[in-house]
Design a protein around this ligand. Sequence first.
Ligand code: NAI
Length: 345
Amino acid sequence: MKIAFFDTKPYDKPYFEKYGKEYGVTFKFFETKLTADTVELAAGYDGVCAFVNDRVDAAVIDRLQELGVGILALRCAGFNNVDMKHAFGRLHVLRVPAYSPYAVAEHAMALLLTSVRRIHKAYIRSKEFNFSLSGLTGFDLHGKTVGIVGTGKIGKVFAGICLGFGMRVLAYDKYPDAELVKRAGVEYVTLDALFAESDVISLHCPLTEETHYLVNADSISRMKKGVVIINTSRGALVDSEALLSGIKSRQVGAACLDVYEEEADLFFEDNSGHIMEDDTLARLITMPNVLVTSHQAFLTEEALENIAETTVKNIVTLAETGECPNELCYRGGEAKDCKSGKCFS
Ligand code: NAI
């Protein structure tokens, strides 16, 4: 099997080379993203391997099909960057549904702790031998209420971490998990109640038409004054302009963002020598109570290992059996896990 690998970063290669060699898959690594302009690079390959900011729209899908490329192997869990309605029946779309929910949930807590204990400020101060404590007063997480939107794999781990900190955990999910209530004491509430009662809100649901701009001017106005908003899920869950207004008005106490709605052309790259064109992001970053990391929540050794192994196994399983349990299908108007691996036919 020959796979064209797009948006390659130095930390991807060793893991994919290792598992490619083990399972007989050859990767050609391209630094460029997969777009309508670069899709020609896929000519002659059996499949393409893409990441979160490769835009796999109808034009790219049609061209891949014309080129005889039958597999789109996503090396991530989210698939909002793929036009699944168009892809279904044209390409086998494979994903890595879980690689380390701990990586993302722990990063969300790392951001939260950094923010509420002002670690980002203390780090810079002590580098300059400024050991003053003025302005570094934080607050205890113990006894505070956290609202978790989306209690899937990552949301559940984050709930466990928060319970360990002695927080009251509220949750909202389209499909609540009764086990989580019984086992962990998590309390499911309506989204309105979650917004109204939470001191900290963490987003762990996928980006869909329904969840687009879940955090907006209206929902922010219904949150507790001083709320801390964490987004490690997908940028467009949050209306960034509304978030900026909420920060300026002090309605939002702090924001911890690992994702940003316009991240595709910025994140994962060194833009330090360029003029920042995105005024909203630039303004958010100037705020002392906004932390931005560039979609790095997944970036642990364990996650990279699992991502590479699962992606390679997905490709090989599909090639050998014509089916893959990690294939996505499009049924009933939404993209979902195929599970049987037989939807395509
Ligand atoms: P998951 O599929 O296990 O859980 C998602 C949960 O969201 C499910 O329980 C589902 O019922 C719920 N949900 C779906 N629609 C909803 C709605 N309208 N309102 C409320 N809840 C809804 O996914 P997992 O693995 O926990 O990942 C969550 C998200 O984290 C992914 O969609 C992805 O966007 C993001 N992610 C971010 C990473 C990063 O590096 N920053 C890495 C991996 C995932």
